[in-house]
Ligand binder design. Structure first.
Ligand SMILES: [Zn+2]
Length: 355
């Protein structure tokens, strides 16, 4: 079943609930098979305890093909997972009270803290002896940069990285919708263990007007439904069997105070870049590197390919940029089962940081 409304509806003033409803009745687009139905999609923010007593943060509740699930974030590794509701015990206190100081909440707090810069607010580098490679897939009709991913695989092999080349792919909905073969390539390389992709939300439409000032461009374009741009991309990933990470890359790296505040309420961490290669910025150890894999910036790819192929970059997974081995694990007590109900469509606003 196809999940998306016609494109213009996302930019209309239609309420998100109505948008999700209409999403259920759109026919599948050619080129895709095995697309799941994602329904009852809701933003939540609750502390939970998962299998083995591990603390987690539930950030979305949903049904995939009718099965109730939580999208959860490990507050220590920042890894996301889809978990059956029956495997998660929710706690009465919100994450900001129970898990403050964990790498996830620290990254969320620091990344979205005001004042917001118009461009490149959020994480631009991380801990670790290596490079965090991020590849943007903005909407494009140009040639997909397949060689970049193959070169990343070669770089990972050169460094003996056994889990597949760690690459963060910042994907837009319109790119995903129009590139079934390229998406199949990325999924295939992942399934074969050659790539280890962190799926970063790059918004659904990624609106851009070349001659418009940044203050009114990208997600700041008047009339933009920010929630829909974020949540519909998540739903699209989930429908295609991909798990969204807790990371968000603003199109053009452009944001304002309001969108940054809302991103925080959606429990997502903004990811900028210290080294946008096509703009002449040079990476160093720990840099979050930005290139475009959609054919829009061949200059950046031309710079990255020889470096990757000769193994000069030790690639690291994006989540590792926020790791902190020193953080203690709290002792959390689950709610009685009957009290651990999921708030319907609730969004818990973190109490810290005033905007
Ligand atoms: Zn982009």
């Amino acid at each position: 079943m196809k999940l998306l409304c016609p494109a213009r509806s996302l930019l209309s003033a239609a309420a998100l609930a109505g948008l999700l409803l209409c999403a259920l009745f759109v026919a599948p687009r050619a080129g895709y098979a095995d697309v799941s139905a994602i329904t009852d999609y809701r933003v939540i923010s609750q502390t939970g305890v998962g299998p083995g007593g591990k603390p987690l943060v539930a950030i979305r509740s949903l049904r995939r093909d009718g099965i109730p699930l939580f999208l959860t974030v490990d507050p220590y590794t920042l890894e996301t997972a889809l978990r059956p509701v029956s495997q998660v015990s929710l706690l009465p206190a919100p994450p900001w009270e129970t898990l403050s100081g964990t790498p996830y909440l620290t990254a969320l707090e620091h990344g979205t803290a005001p004042p917001c810069r118009l461009q490149n607010h959020g994480a631009v580098r991380g801990a670790g002896d290596g490079i965090f490679l991020t590849v943007d897939l903005c909407p494009s009709k140009r040639q997909f940069e397949r060689e970049l991913f193959l070169a990343a695989e070669a770089a990972a092999q050169a460094h003996g990285y056994g889990k597949g080349a760690p690459v963060a792919v910042a994907i837009s909905g319109l790119w995903l919708e129009n590139h079934p073969e390229e998406l199949a390539f990325l999924k295939g390389e992942s399934a074969a263990g050659r790539l280890s992709i962190t799926w970063v939300n790059h918004s659904y439409h990624h609106v851009y007007a070349p001659k418009t000032p940044l203050e009114r461009n990208f997600l700041l374009t008047p009339g933009t439904n920010f929630d829909a741009e974020v949540l519909e991309l998540e739903r699209l990933l989930l429908a295609h069997g991909l798990t969204p990470s807790p990371f968000f890359r603003f199109p053009g790296l452009v944001a304002d105070t309001a969108t940054m505040k809302r991103l925080r309420e959606l429990s997502l961490i903004p990811v900028g870049s210290e080294a946008w290669l096509a703009k002449g910025e040079h990476p160093r150890q720990g840099s979050i590197v930005l290139v475009h894999g959609n054919g829009n910036e061949p200059k950046g790819i031309a710079l990255a390919l020889p470096i990757l192929r000769t193994g000069r970059w030790r690639l690291l997974p994006l989540a590792a940029a926020f790791a902190n081995d020193q953080c203690p694990v709290p002792n959390l007590r689950p709610l009685p089962q009957e009290a651990a109900s999921v708030p319907r469509g609730a969004t818990v606003t973190p109490p810290k940081a005033s905007f």
